[in-house]
Design a protein around this ligand. Structure first.
Ligand code: CP3
Length: 336
């Protein structure tokens, strides 16, 4: 409802990376199972997706997976190295690398369909958010070969070989659309596109080299009729353009206060965010004060979904997240 800018009894809340490393029950289930194997097992996906829903009074579940899952499903040799992130065996730097990324069909990811269907049954009225990595963020990993600070090779291709860049972005756009469709057709009730590293580009480059592709994703997903959320980190200068790309909800990291984000994002959008995940390491009084500030500023938006400004940090105390979810409901209901 908040995604659609309709009145809600309280501000809805969920947490990026709510399923995962900060939960002891997650660590128990994952023991001895590599991350990408867990992402291909419906029983594990269902269990890990449900864990935070059982613990916290959150208003949505996020599908347990990773942005590299569709890449692996179409044959990219990728691994998730603990403490590092995605590592690509053969970084993509030429047209043969680009053309090796083939189209994705539902048969490439049967475990996703099965897990989404199982989750929709277990979750009842709690919505399931499906997700995908956005083409820029996927391209950044594929071209660099792993995590990168300056994205040297990525930008070298974007600036120096625009045809190759667009060919890669088009392939990743097709892949992302197909992958999001699998999730929605299996029953996901909203989707989030993670463009985590797009904050590395300047607005004009976003407009020229990224927006045509993210825009196509949101246009094609619109026909499926579910709310679409668009999130990136360090995107203060891009918020307006990210709104133009066409999502219903723009995710904001902790660097831009939500009332300022309201001024930057075009009208007709809800906002999601944006408590600094590191605030959760402070005493409760501080967490509560900062959360209240986010709720108050969020009230200036046409719709607000409370979240952190990026994912839950691994050493976060789950009890603080539980208290925060309760607090967001209580404090925002006082306004209703
Ligand atoms: O949000 C959720 O709870 C759903 C699950 C989810 C994961 N990754 C699980 C995961 C989601 C939505 C993602 C998205 C993702 N993956 C993004 C975009 C969101 C963001 O945080 O910006 C990115 C950039 C990745 C790539 C990635 N995968 C990184 C950087 C890492 C961390 C590497 C490390 O160990 O420090 C991963 C691995 C990963 N993805 C883990 C989890 C729970 C940890 C793996 C483990 O527990 O062994």
């Amino acid at each position: 409802m908040a995604c659609r800018r309709k009145p809600v009894p309280h501000t809805p809340v969920w947490f990026m990376r709510q399923a995962g490393r900060s939960l002891p029950e997650y660590l128990r289930v994952r023991e001895g199972v590599p991350m990408l194997e867990a992402c291909a097992r419906p029983d594990m996906i269902v269990e890990i997706t449900m864990q935070p829903v059982r613990r916290y009074s959150i208003d949505a579940a996020i599908f347990f997976s990773d942005i590299v899952v569709p890449l692996k499903a179409v044959g990219v040799d990728v691994d998730l190295k603990p403490g590092v992130g995605p590592v690509i065996a053969d970084p993509i730097r030429d047209v043969s690398g680009v053309d090796a990324i083939r189209e994705l069909t539902p048969d490439d990811v049967p475990y996703v369909t099965e897990a989404v269907q199982g989750l929709v049954g277990e979750l009842g009225s709690t919505p399931l958010i499906g997700f995908a990595g956005a083409p820029f963020t996927l391209a950044a990993y594929l071209i660099e070969g792993g995590p990168s600070k300056n994205h040297d090779h990525t930008k070298a291709m974007m600036y120096g070989e625009p045809e190759l860049w667009n060919r890669l972005m088009e392939r990743l756009t097709d892949l992302t659309i197909a992958y999001l469709k699998v999730q929605v057709e299996a029953g996901a009730s909203a989707i989030q596109l993670f463009d985590s590293w797009v904050g590395a580009v300047a607005p004009q480059d976003y407009r020229d080299s990224v927006l045509p592709h993210t825009g196509r994703i949101f246009r094609e997903i619109e026909a499926l009729g579910v709310p679409r959320i668009h999130f990136g980190v360090g995107t203060g200068e891009l918020l307006g353009l990210m709104g133009e790309a066409g999502a219903d909800v723009v995710g904001v990291d902790w660097r831009v206060p939500l009332d300022e984000a309201v001024r930057r994002v075009p009208p007709g959008k809800a906002l999601q965010g944006n408590l600094d995940p590191a605030v959760l390491f402070a005493p409760w009084e501080t967490v509560r004060g900062r959360a209240k500030d986010v709720i108050d500023r969020g009230r200036t938006a046409e719709g607000h979904i409370f979240n952190l400004g990026h994912g839950v940090l691994p050493s976060t105390n789950p009890d603080v997240l539980a208290r925060l979810a309760d607090y967001v409901h209580e404090a925002s209901a006082n306004y209703a």
